[in-house]
Write a protein that binds this ligand. Structure first.
Ligand code: ZN
Length: 138
């Protein structure tokens, strides 16, 4: 499954940049099981600060989750070095603002939480003009 980038597009008016702030920033996602295709009904969040051990001493991941349907253990990681602010010059264009390393769990939808973004300027402009596209990078 590999890496999946979250692409973001917004119209920034009187806003210099948007960026996720801090280790506890919550990326609200709907996640799909790569094995059986089950999509979580509820929004789930990933935080950089979270780390859960993988079975069999294979390191750790931001989220480890057993699929309710097929019982497959899946995991997903936030790649912290790929996180980028969305700047005024990016307005109206898609930009990849974060990448996830996916091992069985694939993000299929994203819900931005404006209250936790560091927004300078008009929040309304941001909320009213938001689009999302996922792009398979690998
Ligand atoms: Zn499944």
């Amino acid at each position: 499954m590999g890496k999946i980038g979250l692409q973001f597009k917004a119209t920034l008016e009187n806003v210099t940049h948007l960026r996720p702030v801090g280790e506890d920033f919550r990326w609200y996602l709907k996640l799909k099981c790569g094995n059986c295709g089950e999509v979580s009904e509820k929004w789930q969040y990933l935080r950089l600060m979270d780390s859960h051990p993988l079975k069999g001493g294979r390191g750790s991941a931001t989220m480890v989750q057993k699929c309710k349907l097929c019982s497959r253990e899946n995991s997903i990681d936030i790649l912290s070095h790929t996180m980028k602010p969305y700047n005024a010059e990016d307005s109206e264009t898609f930009k990849t603002i974060v990448e996830f390393e996916c091992r069985g769990l694939e993000p299929v939808d994203f819900q931005p939480q404006a209250s936790s973004m560091n927004v300078l300027g008009s929040m309304a402009a941001f909320l009213n003009h938001l689009f999302l596209k996922h792009k398979l990078l690998l």
